[in-house]
Design a protein around this ligand. Structure first.
Ligand SMILES: Cc1cc2nc3c(=O)[nH]c(=O)nc-3n(C[C@H](O)[C@H](O)[C@H](O)COP(=O)(O)O)c2cc1C
Length: 306
């Protein structure tokens, strides 16, 4: 049960709370349904889904780091048909919005998957992961190039009537520029941040810990970077912001709202504690009650200079 203090409308996505679970850290919900009543979540963001199944990277694909983890899963997934025919029908038994995280290797792939999901029962919105390598442009990730970001977000916008939420990569010099480009290309909201590119080496064996050598850093280690980027983007654009990065506790979540986020996603914390998102939701409500706020929106962007 969540309280009215947390009810959030994100450009037509009605959520009982602004606490979602982040893409790739919660599967399609089934893996967590023994621990969590999925209907108590604000929204489920699915694992990245492509037009055709993707195999992902070879092992080892995960390495622990101080205060976080590196992953190089390689966006392994069963493709959009499996999502539409198997995962979404199962998810429809729960009273929770499902935001599908979409991935592609070309602009056409992104547009096609958006078209396929338009009007599918149980899809509340599309989160566009622009951290994929564009095969037609030498494997450069869409989300680190302003022109490619504009093209891919614009193509998805044209292909669907669903809310479009580009997910920004932190591996750029100017996150504000990328957010502005997304909004100009028709984004309804933006989510940030995805993982930070890193690597890890085993000194004894003198071997990279990931077969892919590089991976995405997530967890508490990235929270200060994420918080800074959310604050910068919130100052610059006029669409709802979904804050992501190292949120482990309700206190962490509160910091993101104070920085300007309208909603948040819980990622790596799900691996440590499957009930993390539920506990964060309860903690947020308790914080609002303790400080005399009537609604979560009252604290958005409220952080002041010391
Ligand atoms: C194992 C793993 C898999 C992920 N897979 C995806 C994915 O498929 N699509 C995506 O947009 N982000 C993916 N992410 C990134 C998370 O959704 C999130 O943006 C990032 O981990 C930062 O949040 P956190 O520090 O709370 O984990 C993945 C992260 C992890 C740890």
């Amino acid at each position: 049960m969540t309280s009215d203090r947390l009810a959030t409308d994100l450009r037509g996505i009605h959520m009982k709370s602004p606490v979602m679970v982040a893409s790739g850290t919660f599967g399609f919900g089934k893996e967590y349904s023994d621990f969590v009543n999925l209907s108590d979540l604000g929204a489920i963001v699915t694992k990245g889904t492509s037009l055709e199944p993707w195999e992902g990277n070879p092992p080892d694909r995960i390495a622990e780091t101080p205060a976080g983890m590196l992953n190089a899963i390689g966006l392994q997934n069963d493709g959009v048909d499996s999502l539409i025919n198997e995962k979404l029908p199962w998810l429809r038994q729960f009273d929770v919005p499902v935001i599908v995280n979409i991935i592609g290797k070309t602009v056409d792939e992104y547009a096609e998957i958006a078209r396929r999901l338009d009007g599918v029962d149980g899809v509340a919105g599309l989160e566009v992961n622009i951290s994929c390598p564009n095969v037609k442009h030498g494997g450069i990730a869409f989300g680190i190039d302003p022109k490619m970001t504009e093209t891919v977000v614009g193509a998805v916008r044209k292909a669907t009537s669903l809310p479009v939420i580009p997910k920004l990569s932190p591996n750029v010099t100017d996150i504000v520029l990328m957010a502005r480009i997304c909004v100009e290309a028709g984004a309804d909201a933006v989510s940030l941040i995805n993982t930070l590119l890193g690597t890890a080496i085993d000194a004894e064996t003198r071997t990279f810990k990931l077969a892919n050598i590089t991976g995405g850093l997530s967890g508490p280690a990235i929270k200060p970077v994420a918080l800074r980027m959310v604050w910068q983007v919130a100052e610059a654009v006029d669409v709802p912001i979904i804050g992501i990065g190292g949120i482990m506790t309700a206190g962490d979540a509160v910091e993101f709202f104070l920085a300007g986020a309208d909603a948040i996603q819980v990622g790596t914390a799900n691996f440590v504690n499957p009930e993390a998102a539920i506990e964060i939701t309860a903690g947020l409500d308790e914080y609002l009650a303790r400080h005399g706020f009537g609604h979560i929106s009252e604290i958005v962007g409220m952080a002041k200079r010391c």
